[in-house]
Design a protein around this ligand. Sequence first.
Ligand code: SF4
Length: 686
Amino acid sequence: MSAPVRSTCPYCGVGCGVTARTDENGGVKIAGDVQHPANFGRLCVKGASLGETLGLEERLLFPEVNGERAAWEAALDHAAQKLQDIIREFGPKAVAFYASGQLLTEDYYVANKLMKGFIGAANIDTNSRLCMASAVVGYKRAFGADFVPCSYEDLDQTDLVVLVGSNAAWTHPVLYQRLAEAKRQRPEMKVVVIDPRRTPTCDIADLHLALRPGSDAGLFVGLLHYLTRHGPPGQTFDGEAEALALAAGWPLEKCADFCRLDAEAIGTFWQWFADSPRAMTLYTMGINQSSSGSDKCSAIINVHLASGKLGRAGCGPFSLTGQPNAMGGREVGGLANQLACHLNFEPADIARLGRFWGSERIAETPGLMAVELFDAIGRGEIKAVWIMGTNPVVSLPDASGVERALAKCPLVIVSDVVDKTDTGRYAHVRFPALAWGEKNGTVTNSERRISRQRAFLPPPGEARADWWILSQIARRLGYEKMFAWQHPQDIFCEHAALSGYENNGSRAFDISGLAALTRQQYDELEPVRWPVAAAHHGPVKSWRKSGRFQMAGVDPRLPAALTDRNYPLLLNTGRIRDQWHTMTRTGYVPGLMQHTGMPYLEINPLDAQRYGITDAGLVRIASPLGGMVARAQLSEHQQPGSVFSPMHWSQQFARRGQINSLVAKVCDADSGQPESKQTAVRLQRW
Ligand code: SF4
């Protein structure tokens, strides 16, 4: 066995440290990294199975042009020439990149620099848009910066944990184990779960509020009103008057009616929150994936502001990110509506970025967000798209519409590690990328901790790092000097330097203290939470330039999806314990497929009876956009009137359709995040 190489799990935003040891037969032994502060050696079943995902059977190993194997030089020349032609004829906005929270920070930085800094448009968005874009809006409204004010350590010190829209037991398992352990050690710590379904997360709950789907904001706006009447007067905030005036319209009885909950149960939750000296609210897709997701995030943050449960140990509104590097993508400007290093589309920031990158072509206006970006491809306005490390034909809402858009796009470039993906079928050019275990760089987890992903396997076939592929295209577009890096450390140091450039402590994202790392220091970098400001910058002064936090007024709204006679049930989609994304990695591990082997639809027995559906029987689910077939799973844990189905299965793994082809592309107006949690559907026994 080789010496252990320390790396980071590539599956979720917990960001667990792992160690990998290789044997002489090519086997890899994975274990939890006992030194990593995100997990202290713990791993969930997905992380523990990583060694079984490293085979080359399903890999894309050589570049391709129009379905034929090509030499790297030829494939790069072809792609660059096509991009150049489209930019010349139609302008930079005719080009788009669609990236992924699977990319390393260094890869993401290069993609963002090329698109926003040199091609000169901001049409680079990412699958993280589907995951936590609403959380970003919530933080920016409140703190003026995309700053997550919590750490995992806070869970060990809090008095109350509220999990809302999160089945952490399945989606962030190691964090949930830590929470369960904290509950074992301190049974007096209360846990409230707010979720329409009874999920495994409820196993440690003192109180489960099975509210009406999508009504979460009512609970928190009502709590804000409760706090003003029952809590001690605290700090005042900008926007407070409007927020409190709106909250005053949400007394207990109205909240109970809106959320379809017992008033006494709501009262218990509110009292616990008000009386607990320290409280944390953990939230994820159940909040973010909503047509009013940004407001839901603001409603959560407001109660922490109003009660002073913020900025202290054991306190805070904590958005759990879904992907291993969703946070890193936010840092480098991977979202279409922000610039690198948390700079904004403001004249001073655009000029600052132009000086740092030596470019006069910095994008001046936000680009298209994921759903609108694929709509623009469908309308023919975007003529070239480069999709990196993600499978939008399965994961975006109205997935069939995405397929139709790609089918008529003049240039589709796909960089991926997997050979046969649903999206790859539409590619004109395919670049083989390095996979986990082969690539080298950094990721940032939910608590702002930057950790290294390290290579312990040689590059297979002709696969290359994403940053290298992007840089090669940039050089062919004429930007040789600005993309001349030799190693991911060069890129990381540039990114770190930009974070401190003309910063002087006024921007929260500052890792300039890491800008001068040598190659060896980068290789040995220990997990570290930002900010890490350079000594001469002094400490970060505030999360907010003005020094004042802001309350956003929230008037709770129900989901945009309306049930009617034709579509009488609300469909909720989500993740399951042993699968990841569109299964392009976990779907090949027999042990992980044993947990749940095919798509299913969880349905309350009362609804099942109404539609003549039996347990384990097949059922067809249909929305106005499409349909699919799944196996019925009858469960009292599902509320009558609503059903649940996992989002993972694609046509590659299940022939009878995919759930996202049913989901409407209704988005939050501020965050652009789709409402993947509520779609009106009907059922039919199959
Ligand atoms: Fe990987 Fe997330 Fe499991 Fe940790 S909790 S081992 S990061 S999938």
